[in-house]
Design a protein around this ligand. Structure first.
Ligand code: LLP
Length: 415
């Protein structure tokens, strides 16, 4: 890894404690620049709206704003985070299959750029809410293109029978009847096929479907200006994997979008932050059970749930440990597991690591996306600290939870 040196990671672990997430600002900026250069080379081509769910720390959002991204939010909470970080309201797009009335009202009151509507009932409700406030809200209809993104089944979202979006036929019916929704301006189509997509083909398929739908909307007299193609660009978690071919995807979709007079929005999360973050954890114990070597560490599935939830593989290596001192470098297969009382609490299965001792420091790579943002307090474990490294300096951007944080809401209500 060409950034976050082991020396720096050891210093951070020593001072902040473990488990601890560490993010690298320069890497985030580099990832964003690659996407922006390829996909949105000029403002009239489109805009990248960072997907807040991937990593929603306020300092990360502030950094995104400074880089020039918009924001893709999926809840009232994410909307408030983006606004707190200083996002321009019109750079925010709000998607989600189950937006509550109060979340829609908050979005209308903030004057956000786009609401991606996912059902006929939501469309009608939003129109009524907008009319009552005397505003016209710009919306995109999220449609399911019926495209298979060839990814983990939990990460596929654009298949015909998925819970997301509106069926194409129904979307066209809603466009035809748009006069019934006077509080709305239907100006966009939104498609998100899924996450960890690493081929051009699914994006091209989605594009083809989108262009067809947009042509039909236009034939119905609607002014469709914008196509939001979602996020989902895959990254290489392992050396043998390939990340999404961003430039090839851009080459495939920008020309037809231009020909159709469409501005593009993209909502990448993982591709901007995943490889810019690591999780630091220390070895608590080592043991062998039934021939299996276990390394029990102080991070767990409540800190990083991806391996337990998707069988995701994250690379692990030793930052500082016994092998350095003793010169022993032989590696053998181990399972790195956390303290949580679940057999599924495995952070890395079958990885090759050298001899380890209590207190050794490990680093889990590619933890910048869907790590801390999916963390929980399961087993009443305080959530980890987060640190941002910038210009060889580092700063805590979220303090480690203390015990009192864990029951504060209950103490207020103690019967
Ligand atoms: N836009 C929409 C509508 C989405 O649902 C998502 C992700 C994104 C954009 C951003 O996708 P990305 O570029 O980050 O792939 N927890 C899972 C990923 C779930 C993604 C959910 N939606 C994981 O850890 O792999």
């Amino acid at each position: 890894m060409d950034f976050l040196s082991h020396h720096l990671l050891a210093e951070i672990a020593h001072q902040v404690g473990t488990p601890c997430y560490v993010y690298d600002r320069a890497r985030i900026a580099k990832n964003y620049a690659r996407l922006a250069n390829a996909l949105t080379p000029a403002p009239d081509v489109g805009h990248i709206c960072y997907s807040v769910k991937a990593n929603s720390n306020l300092s990360i959002l502030r950094l995104m704003r400074d880089l020039g991204t918009g924001f893709d939010v999926v809840s009232g909470g994410e909307l408030q985070r983006a606004l707190l970080a200083g996002a321009a309201p019109d750079s925010i797009v709000f998607a989600g299959v189950g937006k509550r009335d109060d979340e829609l009202v908050a979005a209308l009151d903030a004057g956000i750029g786009w609401i991606n509507v996912e059902s006929a009932q939501e469309l009608r409700l939003l129109s009524d809410l907008a009319t009552a406030r005397g505003v016209i809200q710009r919306v995109a209809l999220r449609v399911n293109p019926g495209v298979d993104p060839h990814t983990h089944r939990y990460l596929a979202t654009g298949k015909r029978a998925s819970k997301f979006g509106i069926e194409i036929e129904e979307a066209l019916r809603l466009v035809a009847q748009r006069a019934d929704c006077p509080g709305l301006a239907i100006e966009g189509i939104h498609i998100h096929i899924g996450s960890m997509v690493s081929d051009v083909a699914p994006y091209l398929d989605a594009m083809r479907v989108a262009l067809e739908v947009i042509a039909q909307c236009r034939a119905l007299g609607a002014t469709i200006t914008t196509l939001n193609l979602g996020g989902g660009f895959g990254v290489a978690y392992q050396p043998e994997q390939a990340g999404a071919p961003i430039e090839a995807i851009a080459d495939a979709i920008l020309p037809p979008a231009r020909r159709a007079g469409l501005r593009l929005l993209f909502e990448p999360g993982r591709a901007i932050v995943a490889d810019a973050g690591v999780l630091l954890t220390r070895v608590l114990y080592t043991k062998t059970n039934g021939g299996m070597r276990y390394v029990v560490v102080d991070a767990a599935m409540n800190d990083l749930i991806r391996p337990a939830l998707y069988g995701a593989g994250h690379r692990v290596s030793v930052v500082s440990g016994a092998s350095e001192v003793s010169g022993v470098s032989e590696v053998s297969e181990v399972s790195v597991v956390g303290p949580v009382c679940e057999s599924g609490d495995v952070l890395a299965e079958g990885v090759m690591l050298p001899e380890l001792r209590r207190g050794d420091l490990l680093v889990i790579y590619h933890a910048g996306a869907y790590g801390m943002s999916m963390a929980s307090n399961y087993n009443t474990r305080p959530r980890a600290a987060e640190v941002l490294v910038a210009d060889n300096q580092w700063k805590v951007i979220r303090r480690r939870e203390i015990m009192a944080d864990l029951w504060a809401q209950e103490v207020e209500c103690l019967a």
